[in-house]
Design a binder for this molecule. Structure first.
Ligand code: ZN
Length: 207
């Protein structure tokens, strides 16, 4: 468990996508808890740091991809936490709406979709999740993708990768809407923050 700021931590043992932990005004959030295979590893990492998985009050999902969201339903069952996910992504998980018609999205839908968690709070555009934590719509990667900003820390999900203290694009074959993704990237890269916490590159200080 690597401390980034007074309130934000990187859980380094997650499997596949990066997982983060956020303490905020009496609430504790896990951001993109990742694959079910990694759930016990995260629990062990938390306990080793003197924390507990049962502290989680909120599960923040940047988007529905399995490598970010697969274990969310199980985390929710064990903790009773609120779960935050874009409405457009939840509609894909329920089957109400088909995934975007890109080869990668069709492939990933055939392999496995994450289970839709209970106690779901849907995000549909920019929103204040709670005072000091905002969701930023960024639908280039998936239709319901949201980044999260907690003060001077930005959790980008798969809207961006971090390199040399700057945000860069996720490979275009992974994007549902490439043009929209570039607009998301420009917007997020312009935010005045200190930390970039990305889904698939180590967190970095902004330069
Ligand atoms: Zn993704």
């Amino acid at each position: 468990m690597k401390q980034l700021t007074d309130h934000a931590f990187w859980l380094e043992s997650s499997v596949a996508a990066n997982c983060y932990w956020l303490d905020a005004d009496g609430r504790t959030a896990i951001i993109d808890p990742g694959m079910t295979f990694g759930l016990n590893r995260l629990a062990r990492e938390l306990r080793a740091a003197g924390r507990s998985p049962y502290e989680v009050t909120d599960i923040l999902l940047t988007h529905y991809d399995t490598d970010h969201a697969q274990s969310a339903a199980e985390w929710q069952r064990r903790t009773g936490a609120r779960v935050w996910l874009g409405a457009a992504d939840a509609a894909i998980l329920t089957g109400a709406v088909p995934p975007p018609a890109t080869p990668f999205r069709r492939f990933s839908a055939r392999v496995a979709l994450a289970e839709l968690p209970a106690n779901l709070h849907l995000l549909d555009g920019d929103a204040e999740v709670w005072p000091g934590l905002s969701a930023l719509t960024s639908p280039g990667h998936t239709p319901g993708h949201h980044a999260f900003r907690a003060g001077r820390v930005l959790f980008t999900g798969d809207a961006a990768l971090c390199k040399d203290g700057r945000l860069g694009p996720v490979p275009s074959f992974l994007m549902s809407d490439t043009q929209r993704g570039l607009a998301d990237l420009a917007r997020l890269g312009a935010l005045d923050v200190d930390w970039y916490c990305c889904g698939h590159s180590a967190p970095q200080r902004r330069r």
